[in-house]
Design a protein around this ligand. Structure first.
Ligand SMILES: [Zn+2]
Length: 94
C-alpha cells in the first residue's frame, strides 16, 4: 500500500530487499513508534548529552504485566507509569 503524506516523524523498520513488485520505493516492515515518543533523561555523570530511551524499552517491560493498558508520563517531577485493568494472578508458592 503506498503511503502518501505519511507522518514523517514515525520510526519505521525498512525492509532491506527491493519490493517484489519492482517499484523502486522503500518498503516498511513495521512502524515502531513516533520520534516524539522518545524520552530524554539527563545523565548522572555531568555529561550534558541526554540519554534517549526509545518507547520499545517500555513496551518490552510493561507488556509483561497483565493489564489492559499503560501510559508513561515524563514531567518535571520524574517518570510516572500509569496502568489500568491490572489482572492479579493468585499467589501460588511457598
Ligand atoms: Zn511493491
Amino acid at each position: 500500500m503506498p503511503l502518501i503524506r505519511y507522518e514523517i516523524s514515525d520510526v519505521v523498520r525498512i525492509v532491506e530487499e527491493p519490493c517484489p513488485c519492482g517499484r523502486p520505493f522503500h518498503v516498511i516492515e513495521a512502524v515502531e513508534g513516533r520520534a516524539e515518543d522518545v524520552l530524554f533523561f539527563s545523565r548522572c555523570n555531568g555529561n550534558s548529552e541526554p540519554v534517549a530511551v526509545h518507547p520499545n524499552v517500555f513496551h518490552q517491560a510493561l507488556e509483561l504485566v497483565p493489564s489492559s493498558g499503560w501510559q508513561v508520563v515524563q514531567d518535571e517531577a520524574g517518570l510516572t507509569v500509569r496502568m489500568t485493568g491490572l489482572r492479579m494472578r493468585p499467589f501460588v508458592g511457598t
